[in-house]
Ligand binder design. Structure first.
Ligand code: SF4
Length: 128
């Protein structure tokens, strides 16, 4: 019998299970309203949104947020990070603290930023 890793356990309660992927991954990035109508009543909206943010998922609707909206949230979070760079080490880890944040807190920027330990300059991990 398969066991779902804890990281994905919230997916078992996803309201979009069985929904059309075309609603959640519109080909042109537009027309996300039908997905958002499902997300607004989803009990794991915060977990879903945080998962997409932490994992830098660029496509589709996650946690009721469109691609553009998630980019905006990430920019807001980056703006809130301390400007002093950490000492370079080996890896970058980000973990979610979504269990204590609501989707609304994540959306409006009042949720605590995810715990991030920076061990190399972040630009080393970003595409050029
Ligand atoms: S918030 Fe939306 S995309 Fe995320 S699990 Fe719920 S219904 Fe699916």
């Amino acid at each position: 019998m398969d066991e779902t890793p804890d990281e994905y356990a919230w997916m078992m309660n996803a309201r979009c299970r069985g929904a059309s992927p075309t609603d959640f991954f519109p080909s042109d990035g537009l027309g996300v309203e039908s997905a958002q109508e499902i997300c607004v009543h989803c009990t794991v909206r915060a977990e879903c949104l945080e998962y997409a943010l932490v994992n830098r998922i660029e496509h589709g609707v996650w946690g009721g947020a469109s691609e553009r909206e998630r980019r905006r949230i990430l920019r807001r979070r980056r703006d809130l990070l301390p400007s002093t760079p950490a000492e370079p080490q080996e890896e970058v880890h980000a973990s979610s603290n979504s269990s204590t944040s609501s989707a609304d807190e994540i959306w409006n920027g009042t949720a605590p930023a995810p715990r991030i330990s920076v061990s190399m300059p972040s630009s080393a991990h970003e595409p050029t």
